[in-house]
Design a protein around this ligand. Structure first.
Ligand code: 13P
Ligand code: SF4
Length: 331
């Protein structure tokens, strides 16, 4: 463990003031030395830290250079000039960053940071689906392995799914692997959606009854939910959107009280940026996102971590699916 010196206390005092509502004071002496050392070393090593909205506040507010949802991180990974990319997120996010930056070093602080959606389907499954539905395009959520992306025509994220599906101009698509996101897309387009039974282990645990109970105990609260939740849960929500859209909703509408039906760190991170909004915090933890910690990020900058490598032929096919998605014009 690194030492919490008076100099580090002074240099991180302003940051602590900002996050004090979501990080207990007793924890700061542990986080602060790592934050100081990571921020020093990342400049020295020309590294950029990308962090998903589900990362803990000490990572999100303390060391990340770029934060966002999966779509924003994909865009930023495509634009970064730094020579090393550290992905504070899960493995498929690091793979996407590598696809878009084949000549850069992409590091993930913990290679076991997986995803139940990505694990729900293989490249062989996609090939079988293509045999079953010849000629039907395969549209794949970025929450998928590089093998699955390589078998796909185009990728989507929760932030652009309907727009990308409609950009294909076809009557029917195969949409993988999230059944609930597919269901949500189907409700917002005339395109027929053939889905797969993959689920996010974090969002599938919310229930409609739970949301009804929150409404009763928090009259007037606005409920925001992620489209990876089951359809009956989404029906109970006031707004459905990607993590970026949920955060934007709070920023734009400043509801007095809000409930975010998603991963736990999301409310913490958005609460820091919206001190006047009261957050009720029912949430489920993503055990994969939580594998990423400040000490593991520091290890990446000290020569550790896991470098993401992808065989060139596989990467070329998977990259095409991601680049096609990024090329779809904004609505
Ligand atoms: P978005 O941030 O793209 O909404 O995705 C949520 C998620 O579960 C990522 O793992
Ligand atoms: Fe995967 Fe769900 Fe965790 Fe996102 S929150 S990484 S979709 S398991």
């Amino acid at each position: 463990m690194l030492a919490y010196t008076p100099e580090i206390a002074a240099s991180t005092a302003q940051l602590y003031q900002k996050v004090s509502k979501v990080i207990p004071e007793i924890e700061w002496p542990f986080h602060a030395p790592y934050i100081a050392e990571i921020n020093r070393l990342k400049r020295e090593r020309d590294a950029v830290i990308l962090a998903h909205n589900y990362q803990t506040p000490e990572i999100y507010h303390g060391v990340a250079d770029i934060v966002g949802d999966s779509l924003q991180l994909a865009h930023e990974a495509a634009n970064t000039k730094a020579s090393i990319i550290i992905m504070a997120g899960v493995y498929f996010m690091a793979e996407t960053a590598k696809l878009l930056n084949p000549d850069k070093t992409v590091l993930i602080p913990d290679k076991l940071a997986g995803c139940s959606l990505a694990d729900s389907i293989t490249g062989a499954d996609v090939r079988l689906l293509r045999q079953k539905y010849p000629g039907v395009p395969v549209v794949t959520y970025v929450n998928s392995s590089v093998d699955v992306k390589a078998e796909s025509d185009i990728c989507i994220t929760s932030g652009n799914a309907v727009r990308v599906v409609e950009s294909l101009g076809v009557p029917r698509v195969i949409c993988l692997p999230d059944e609930y996101l597919s269901n949500y897309i189907a409700k917002h387009t005339k395109v027929e959606i053939i889905s797969w039974k993959g689920h996010c282990e974090v969002h599938e645990r919310f229930t409609a009854q739970e949301l009804r109970d929150y409404r009763v105990s928090n009259p007037g609260a606005i409920i925001l939910a992620h489209p990876e939740c089951p359809p009956d849960v989404l029906l109970e929500a006031d707004f459905v959107g990607s993590t970026f859209r949920m955060s934007q909703y709070v920023k734009d509408n400043k509801p007095a009280k809000v409930i975010m039906i998603t991963e736990c760190s999301m409310s913490d991170n958005v609460a820091v940026e919206n001190p006047d909004v009261e957050f009720v915090r029912p949430c489920n933890l993503c055990p994969h996102m939580k594998r990423i910690t400040l000490p593991k990020i520091l290890e990446c900058l000290q020569g550790g971590g896991t470098e993401v490598t992808i065989a060139p032929e596989l990467a070329a096919r998977a990259r095409l699916a991601v680049e096609r998605m990024l090329a779809v014009p904004h609505g």
